[in-house]
Write a protein that binds this ligand. Sequence first.
Ligand code: CP3
Length: 343
Amino acid sequence: MSAGNRKILEVLNGRTVSPPPIWLMRQAGRYLPEYRETRAKAGSFLDLCYTPELAVEVTLQPIRRYGFDAAILFSDILVIPDALKRNVRFTEGHGPQMDPIDVDDIEALEAGDFIGYLAPVMETVARLRKELPAETTLLGFCGAPWTVATYMIAGHGTPDQAPARLFAYRHPKAFEKLLDMLADISASYLVAQIDAGADAVQIFDSWAGVLGEEEFERFCIRPVARMIRSVRTQRPAAKIIAFAKGAGLLLKDYRRKTAADAIGLDWTVPLSFAAELQKEGAVQGNLDPMRVVAGGSALEDGIDAILQALGNGPLIFNLGHGITPQADPENVAALVNRVRGRR
Ligand SMILES: Cc1c2[nH]c(c1CCC(=O)O)Cc1[nH]c(c(CCC(=O)O)c1C)Cc1[nH]c(c(CCC(=O)O)c1C)Cc1[nH]c(c(C)c1CCC(=O)O)C2
């Protein structure tokens, strides 16, 4: 089977595939016992990301179990600040942490040989492309500049990204410089993943939803548009999914101005609006991850509503955000079967 038969690439080329192809954000993760087993063998979470043998194994686990149409490289969006020497660490129960960046640090920030530093990630991508079934699309990814910057500024996750919003108002020049730098190195990082064998890439802007209209334009649309232009200048055939969680009505602008091949939708996007967005190109989403935890009719009704509203256009079936550790693996099997029409 040639790459031309990979269903997700079909959809990214604007075609309708029926039933729609499916993968899940965070499909490799703690809800799977085999993930927890491999995770226990790695030292830290970053060791797992930087050990190709283990990263390949956890990427393949959900493909073996469910036969998803895409595998997503196992890594994290915070490998970029890690490569920028921000001392990133993941401690049990605390989420990610790193040294918070200030104005002077931004002036001094140098990309250095970040691609060399991230060579294990590219090796994971290359090994995956060799090991995956021919019909499975391999997705690379990175964080969008705004979302990565929120962690770099606070030094950890926060409920509303107040530290980054405040920093952006107080130090607009330094903040813009940080976003531009992240856009440029993230574009190079995506190009390196494509060269290593990724068929398409997704840009995660998980914190887009905390911004006002003007800030969304400056901090999300502008840098992501810059990244996509840069990737396409270097690799004209690149296929790109952009996921701006919580962007709501602003998704129309987001699609037009970034020119992404598909836009990811979270579960708060009304299906009638999603159908309107779909008239302008492919969409991905948008089942509430809690429906997968609930199972039963909550799961079935959620799936059916999406298929009914979006199944007759270019759709990549997905969740509206990552699957959570509480999800029952049996419910994921039921989800895949129902989307594929094996009720
Ligand atoms: C914001 C963000 C991060 N990482 C990511 C985002 C954007 C998407 C989103 O919003 O979910 C993206 C990400 N993180 C991970 C992947 C792997 C690929 C996949 O299966 O989707 C991807 C695509 C693995 C991971 N990244 C992380 C885990 C869990 C850590 C573990 O297994 O010990 C996994 C499987 C850790 C992580 N990494 C991050 C946080 C906030 C956390 C801690 C929260 C948590 O524990 O769930 C940053």
